[in-house]
Design a protein around this ligand. Structure first.
Ligand SMILES: C[S@@+](CC[C@H](N)C(=O)[O-])C[C@H]1O[C@@H](n2cnc3c(N)ncnc32)[C@H](O)[C@@H]1O
Length: 371
């Protein structure tokens, strides 16, 4: 009997009934089983719960090569990998890129028991940057000491997929142990006495679990898949039959800043090397990279440039009714590049933690397809 492929990651999805407890030799998961087994991050704007619908729309389109241009948690790129496509996942955040490298680009490499033991119990280094910088802000002192040690042990691995799996596992561990999954407010998990397992488990225990989960996410679809870390406008647009675009939307309220919420993960993957910490901020945020999709005054022009850049490919845009610009404007912009533009719609409810509470936004979700 083989280990279950579909596991914990399906818990919050419609597919929770798919949890398998042992599967026969030679069993091949379906595209959706595979996609919904993805170790999803609690990531703002994640399309994880929309994967069945996205799959239904994508499977009718003629494509072999695809770009997930704003990959975020990586789940849509992983769906396309499960569909057997040659996938390139791109995001300008480094931590997103490591997750995509571990799950999408990686076809074969897993972390073995001995390597895991070296990562967890190896000597690390005498550097204590994380403990010194984030004491009293995030996590417990022993979690922070673990992060310093494991980071240097991960750094001792050769660059490549093994390192990416370890970093992806560490990223997901940090999100799970963080009370609301975001890094906007300080707070040690031990102060939340709500009994959640994710808050009770140390970062060390999370990491051991997550390495196993990312190991199980590895599969080979027979294609050469890639993970890229670029501003979308710097990408070479050639070579993609289809480009899936899920940029941040300028929201009607609050903001859409990923770095404000995930700065700790972005700093962690490079041990805060070459990033500027804003020392005056309580949670030690880092400076955010510029993206035109965050600003009302630039968003429309940014979509226009985006569609023009990838005009040689089938365009698939994820969008939602709470974003700016409005849907008719986006359809008009896409029509400048494409003869046929179709809009698929579906109601959706996003939820993610903020400093106020867990927000639940009821919206209509769109897939705008230009062919
Ligand atoms: C809505 S999220 C994508 C969510 C993703 N589809 C998922 O399901 O997890 C938008 C992503 O765009 C990235 N991003 C924003 N501006 C970018 C740019 N100019 N170039 C590349 N990536 C960008 C952000 O870092 C963020 O991960």
């Amino acid at each position: 009997m083989r280990r279950a492929v579909v596991r914990e990651a399906t818990r919050q999805s419609d597919a929770s009934q798919l949890v398998l407890t042992g599967t026969p030799e030679g069993w091949q998961p379906s595209i959706l089983d595979r996609a919904l087994s993805y170790p999803q991050l609690r990531f703002m704007g994640s399309k994880f719960r929309l994967l069945p619908w996205i799959n239904m729309v994508l499977r009718d389109l003629p494509f072999e090569t695809a770009l997930d241009a704003f990959s975020g948690s990586g789940c849509v790129g992983y769906l396309m990998k499960a569909m057997g496509k040659e996938v390139t996942a791109n995001d300008f955040l480094r931590f997103s890129c490591f997750v995509a490298q571990a799950t999408i680009a990686n076809s074969r490499v897993r972390i073995g028991k001995e390597t895991l033991r070296d990562l967890v119990d190896g000597p690390g280094s005498d550097q204590r940057f994380i403990e010194k910088t984030f004491r009293g802000i995030f996590y417990t002192p022993s979690d922070l000491r673990f992060l310093d040690r494991v980071w240097w042990n991960i750094h001792a691995l050769p660059k490549g997929e093994e390192r990416a799996i370890a970093l992806a596992a560490l990223i997901r561990s940090c999100v799970k142990r963080q009370p609301r999954g975001v890094f906007t407010v300080a707070g040690d998990p031990d102060h939340y006495k709500d009994g959640r397992r994710d808050l009770r488990l140390s970062l060390r225990s999370h990491f051991i679990e997550q390495v196993d989960i990312f190991n199980q996410a590895v599969f080979d679809n027979g294609r050469l898949n890639r993970a890229v870390n670029q501003d979308v406008f710097r990408l070479d647009p050639s070579g993609y039959d289809l480009v899936y675009m899920d940029p941040p939307y300028v929201p009607r309220a609050d903001d859409n800043c990923y770095v404000k919420r995930y700065h700790f993960l972005e700093g962690l993957v490079c041990y805060w090397k070459d990033v500027e910490i804003l020392q005056e901020t309580r949670v030690k945020k880092i400076r955010k990279p510029y993206t035109p999709f965050s600003y009302r005054r630039n968003a429309e022009e940014a979509f226009d440039r985006l569609f023009a850049l990838f005009s040689g490919s089938i365009l698939v845009l994820s969008y939602s009714s709470n974003g700016y610009p409005d849907l008719p404007i986006l359809v008009k912009l896409m029509r400048r590049q494409k003869r046929k533009v179709e809009v698929h719609r579906r109601p959706h409810q996003y939820s993610f933690g903020t400093h106020h509470a867990v927000e639940r936004d009821k919206v209509e979700e769109y897939l705008v397809v230009g062919t």
